[in-house]
Design a protein around this ligand. Sequence first.
Ligand SMILES: [Zn+2]
Length: 855
Amino acid sequence: MTDAAPQPVFLKDYTPFGFLVDQVELNVHLHPTATRVRAKIAFRPNPAARDRRFFLHGEDLTLISAAIDGTPVTPEITPEGLSCPVPEAPFTWEAEVEIAPAENTALEGLYMSNGMYCTQCEAEGFRKITFYPDRPDVMAPFRVRIDGDLPVLLSNGNPVAQGAGWAEWNDPWPKPSYLFALVAGELVATSDRFTTSEGREVALNVWVRPADQGKADYALDSLIRSMKWDEEVYGRAYDLDVFNIVAVDDFNMGAMENKGLNVFNSRYVLASPETATDRDYENIERIIAHEYFHNWTGDRITCRDWFQLSLKEGLTVFRDSQFSADMRSAAVKRIEDVMTLRARQFREDNGPLAHPVRPESYAEINNFYTATVYEKGAEVIGMVRRLVGPEGYAKALDLYFARHDGQACTIEDWLQVFEEATGRDLTRFKRWYSQAGTPRVKVTEDFKDGTYTLHLEQKTPPTPGQDEKLPQVIPLALGLLSPNGDEVLPTTVIELTEARQEAVFEGLAAKPVPSLLRGFSAPVILERDSTPEERAFLLAHDTDPFNKWEAGRSLAREVLIAMVTEDAAPAPAWLDALAAVVRDEALDPAFRALALRLPGEDELAEALADRGAVPDPLAIHAARERAKTAVARHLDPLWAGLYAQMACPGPYSPGAADAGRRALRLAALGYMARLDGGARAQAHFSAADNMTDEIGALSVLLETGGADEALDRFARRWGHDRLVMDKWFGLQATLAAPERAVAVTRALTEHADFTWKNPNRFRAVIGGFSANAAGFHDASGAGYDLVADWLIRLDAVNPQTAARMSTAFETWARYDEGRREKAQAALERIAAREGLSRDMGEMVGRLLAAGRIAA
Ligand SMILES: [Zn+2]
């Protein structure tokens, strides 16, 4: 059945479950096609609930038997679950079901990956394991026995006992079912110990398949640093005797914070210098920290319902950003976070999929694991911290942990602790959780008799379902520079709360140059008329590293837009300013490498659409190519010196300092290739002794042509390593020249190693191609058709990943009529499929509805 408009669930309809769960006992007897799960669950009536209907979620389960207090019962079963009359007093529910993990290609619930069993239960996967009130506000201690003829049998909590073919685990901390996990397989551990600040001895293990042994050291090291950091910065210690991490090859998400047993996509665990890039190491460090930090912000304190997802995700992303900033360069981390925010969240906020940080309805919750809930949610917490100060923040967090430990909470609970701890009224601030869209702050100014006045106007554009917007509370950090480059006003935070307001600065000798939104103090778009000279001035003199970068970035954006719309030559002022930054040895190499990265094609298309133009993907691509060649020529005298100077002495280290040097060196290599035909890049590729250099040089060759031989050598060398080959697949799809991109991607999908049911491989190729803006938006519509075909195919086996990849079409309405017609036809073709999943039905419906309005 085609169901393009699946039934939504609403936040306002929340009611508590009629029963509490005192204890869950699970007995899982593993078999690839006939796993038996016996559940014994102690229920009692919930005094806080009025509705006493006994409904347990359950999908794709074969019920073998059910009993209440030992008496067999015959429940009424639907595709969503079962209901049954139950006593008015505490009772014990027992049920045995059969499931087939080997046939579970959706990778939700219990499934198999390369011979190992594993689970993914967030958000609603536990209902595919047994009948249960599968909602986050039902928390219970779990005791689990696993039977299976595999050497390693893991579940949540502490080990109780084990023997040949069985193991028992006990998790004393009450948890919702989405945090349940079970892993069984032939696995080897990299291990260490950690003594918590409370004196608890914890055994740490990172489990991988035997072939991957030796690649878990960095993950383990990251875990230990995360544990220490959370004790020092948040006062949070770990609370079980073991902490297990398992790497799994087939995984829909990045990683999952199951209590005491984190399950990871293997790409965020496995690393060696030869196979992982600097970026991979950084991601491993960040994601290990993220999942570990969830132990308090997510596990001990969880969400009342899935509308509150940002309560755990926004906060935990904010915490992992703080951690990364402490481990590495805070300035570079901030710039990279903002680049990601703009590329993913601003794009989402400005398109058909815009939704508030706390959505008010959904048809499929898996579709709301979004940049808005995660990254914008983290920005909102950063703003709270800026408004109440670090001490107020620390006080509020202490209160949050003390008051809500063991509870399933809401955004209201979260804001309440800030109001109580700091005395600040956050009523208006709460709009950040309910109002979608990126606020625009328009700035004009005047200067008279030593008084400088900023006139600030804010407006949030309409988003689907939300036409009228109210003003937001916006902490605007700013500084003022005198015309000679001195800072006359150090960073000061002013709070915007009204649609229009003014900020007045007196006693200035000359009209200052403002440095606005320092550190990107709020997730807004600043609109202010500026000149290339002023931007170059800020790039040279701003003391705020974020705004220094921002000045260069906006300068580059303006230059590129002029190149697209007016066929202008690249502005010499920009090239000179860029040269000055690259030459400045006082600047962190990582910062200089970022400054050399030009705004992406999608960012330029967005900027053009924002000005009312219809972006032409090919013209944007061509202008960007011309700009790169102009940079290469203008800075030609610098490259060779930089390339030599940035070589890292000594063996490979993934630390920030060396990674920054490699990034700058590879940036130089990329520009040099535009002048020397790629000769140096070929040599760099051949001499590389680590993956960062190897893949970096390969990317350069792919961009400038002449990569064929290197691609073959790479594939011969790494054909056995699936994670490395994901890079090989992904790069070709992303970097293919526009006119060849569809053909290259189609050929990749016909490659014998295109194991498309593996989410990483699918994302590498189809996601990589979607990121190739000029290729995907090919005027023929062939790019849309290619992606639509594969989304349809994947949807039948893995709806969650397929639906997520449909965001490729997020921007279709901004293009010309010909492209819009073809994109719409591709989307309509998906929508019309028989048996389309709820996930994909909801996504395509939203993409089409809002796009049609815009068109
Ligand atoms: Zn998370």
